[in-house]
Design a protein around this ligand. Structure first.
Ligand code: TA6
Length: 297
């Protein structure tokens, strides 16, 4: 059940509410720099459109906007684990945060951006050895930034992982390339083999790669939209690159068969040895910043 949307958080002509579906509220933002839509469900950024540009974030036209189902596309907040639950196959992939309604803590307007802070109180669940608070700070300006902060409010150490699982909109995945990970070791999860990135990343098949020990930014080169997307991150040493390609897309009910061509996921991740153990009262922040630079013709 979505929480009540407080009028106190509205910002005239800049931040308002709209129901994407009955009982499924979203926050709409429009300022001099960009517009954006954030679903309260999952604190899920659905779109980010810089002025005079194509959308930067991809969301499937088949996405479902119903409680308990993660939106296909946008920026899923994966927490407190990335991927499959480490020991319990009955738990949802990518954790619980993206399948629940959050609440708005505050909103703020400045010359550079519009800020929304959302929070999710989490009861102790099996992987958490205590209770925690989760807060997401979203800033919509010339660039889009997200900071996900976990605070251990319990009395025992808390192990936390997760991801900001960004779907970036591209003109054609087959003409898209990615730089910034050259020479980085990665796990090719499809072949379950350790590899080292040789040169730029190009796409001609399903790609699901977990790059390790990397805190650098990633650049997406898009000759169709004539732009580069810069994806920066903080609080993470793991970057995941994913595209489902043809066969996997055809098997996903919430993704149209041809939409694999329209996006690539570049994800700021904490998983495996890059998960964080928080002592009582301690916090960890995982962040990502996305900006778009138009190419000069
Ligand atoms: O981040 C890549 C990945 O873990 C892929 O293996 C694929 O499962 C993708 O996430 C999407 O996961 P979802 O649970 O949203 O369908």
């Amino acid at each position: 059940m979505a929480p009540k949307m407080e009028k106190t958080h509205l910002i005239p002509f800049e931040l308002w509410y709209e129901d994407f579906a009955p009982g499924y509220p979203t926050i709409r933002i429009s300022n001099d720099h960009a517009s954006a839509t954030i679903a309260l469900h999952g604190a899920h950024v659905i779109d980010f459109i810089p002025r005079d540009q194509e959308p930067v974030i991809f969301t499937s036209r088949e996405a479902l906007f119903t409680e308990g189902k993660a939106i296909r596309g946008g920026i899923p907040v994966c927490w407190p684990w990335f991927g499959a639950h480490p020991s319990d196959s009955t738990m949802p992939a990518h954790g619980v945060a993206r399948n629940r309604f959050w609440q708005i803590t505050s909103t703020r307007s400045s010359v550079e951006f519009t800020e929304v802070v959302l929070s999710l109180q989490t009861e102790a669940i099996d992987i958490l050895t205590g209770s925690s608070e989760l807060e997401l700070t979203i800033k919509v300006g010339a660039e889009l930034s997200l900071e996900l902060t976990t605070t251990n409010t319990g009395t025992r150490p808390l192990v936390v992982g997760g991801a900001l699982h960004s779907y970036l909109y591209v003109g054609d995945i087959k003409q898209t390339s990615i730089t910034g990970l050259e020479g980085t070791n990665y796990l090719d999860t499809l072949s379950d083999t350790q590899q080292t990135q040789n040169g730029q990343i190009k796409f001609d098949a399903e790609t699901d790669s977990i790059y390790e020990n990397t805190d650098g930014s990633v650049t997406i080169h898009d000759p169709v939209f004539k732009r580069t997307l810069l994806v920066d991150k903080s609080g993470s040493l793991t970057t995941v690159i994913w595209n489902p390609w043809i066969k996997k897309s055809a098997g996903m009910a919430d993704l149209a068969d041809d939409e694999y061509m329209d996006f690539v996921c570049v994800e700021a991740v904490n998983t495996g040895r890059d998960m964080h153990t928080l002592s009582p009262g301690a916090s960890h922040t995982l962040g990502t910043t996305i900006s778009s630079i138009k190419s000069i013709d």
